[in-house]
Design a protein around this ligand. Structure first.
Ligand code: SF4
Length: 137
């Protein structure tokens, strides 16, 4: 007898990427529609009042990534803001992902100075499809 085949529907970040990477808990943008905030509050990693405080997870800055098949998405539960410490942490993680030849889709509410900084910093990776941006508002 033939088994029924179940077609799974891909949703969320998996529609766009194979791996999600983050290095900060909280997001100063505090968007009204933020799913990451809801999840963080649900699992008691943050509260409604301290979600806006971006806490860098320093252990995540030293993670290394092997070359993987498929695309990374970074970040998926915070933004890359123009706060110096946040930008520095995010740049380090991006570098760690890219150095082994991986492809990254950067998701951000774009700030022109942040986009310029990333493009200049990772100039050597441009033209290789290593970095692409997805902007949302
Ligand atoms: S920028 Fe993204 S992670 Fe940050 S509050 Fe808005 S939706 Fe949430």
């Amino acid at each position: 007898m033939k088994k029924n085949k179940i077609n799974r529907i891909t949703t969320g970040t998996r529609e766009w990427s194979d791996y999600s990477v983050n290095c900060i808990t909280g997001c100063s943008n505090n968007c009204r529609y933020c799913y990451a905030k809801k999840i963080a509050i649900r699992f008691k990693r943050k509260t409604n009042s301290n979600w806006k405080k971006m806490e860098i997870r320093f252990n995540d800055l030293n993670k290394t990534y092997n070359k993987r098949k498929g695309r990374f998405m970074f970040p998926t539960s915070h933004d890359i803001t123009d706060n110096k410490k946040v930008l520095s942490a995010c740049t380090k993680v991006l570098e760690n992902i890219l150095l082994s030849g991986n492809e990254v889709l950067i998701t951000t509410k774009p700030r022109i100075n942040v986009i310029k900084f990333i493009c200049e910093k990772f100039n050597g990776f441009q033209g290789t499809d290593s970095i692409s941006f997805y902007y949302y508002f």
